[in-house]
Design a protein around this ligand. Sequence first.
Ligand code: COI
Length: 356
Amino acid sequence: EVSRNRRCDAVSSSTTDVTELAEIDWDKIDFGLKPTDYMYAMKCSRDGEFSQGQLQPFGNIDINPAAGVLNYGQGLFEGLKAYRKQDGNILLFRPEENAIRMRNGAERMCMPSPTVEQFVEAVKTTVLANKRWIPPPGKGSLYIRPLLMGTGAVLGLAPAPEYTFLIFVSPVGNYFKEGVAPINLIVETEFHRATPGGTGGVKTIGNYAAVLKAQSIAKAKGYSDVLYLDCLHKRYLEEVSSCNIFIVKDNVISTPEIKGTILPGITRKSIIEVARSQGFKVEERNVTVDELVEADEVFCTGTAVVLSPVGSITYKSQRFSYGEDGFGTVSKQLYTSLTSLQMGLSEDNMNWTVQL
Ligand code: COI
């Protein structure tokens, strides 16, 4: 057990002294888990208040077999990234948006949640304690994974009596094995990700287990991922398993509107705001599967994915292709604007980054 004082030392020394990098091959990182030094845990007891969060060495956690999260899926997660700048400073991207989204999800899942301040402070503490795992500039980012779970024991179906907020981190590179090359999607016509009135609009863990089957089938056929349609009409685009979708036609950018079945992505929202600030017309609306035929460009957005161009989409054995073998003009412009901002390569005129 590391004492509380030593835990604090670990954080403060990491902010001042620890400048060296972990010894891994930074040119070879993908989106796989690399164990780091510390994780952060904060418990919430029956009074509904979170308190006394602290760092502890990264490792397995003890959990009651009857925990709400294990039995009834009462859990949420978040994802955000930290980038190392050339001058050594560390940038977080809109962490308070993740905090707010977790609070919204917690309300839907009958869970208490940390305050926005608690969430952001915990993220900062965890990142600084693991500073040596933040990739050098241009080599990737530190992916931050906050979890909120019902860790109290329940047997009958009910909200758990106790909750744990936990953050772990891992250095990551590109999400798709294609790297920044275009991905190939298949429109899913059998399975659905979300239903009206369900939990598709919050980042609950069960949404991700539910897409594994379709994703595995698609991957076995050589596709990068699955594009879901709405379950009522089987006609409107919803999202990909791990990211939101956009189409571009005649320089107008369109993306499915948020209506409870689509995850309100922070990258999605940021891309919309960046695009509008650059004079693009952006429509949040019902986008039909037929519009894929005429689209000039298609791209996906997400924290893990960042902005990924889509090279082709297959729908009922028809294949629609976009561009030759690279980014479309609009996709590329938005990708560059967003990533320059996130990495601190351009001035943050949106006031989105938080420097550590
Ligand atoms: C993220 O983009 O951060 C996500 O949470 C998606 C996940 C499937 C990696």
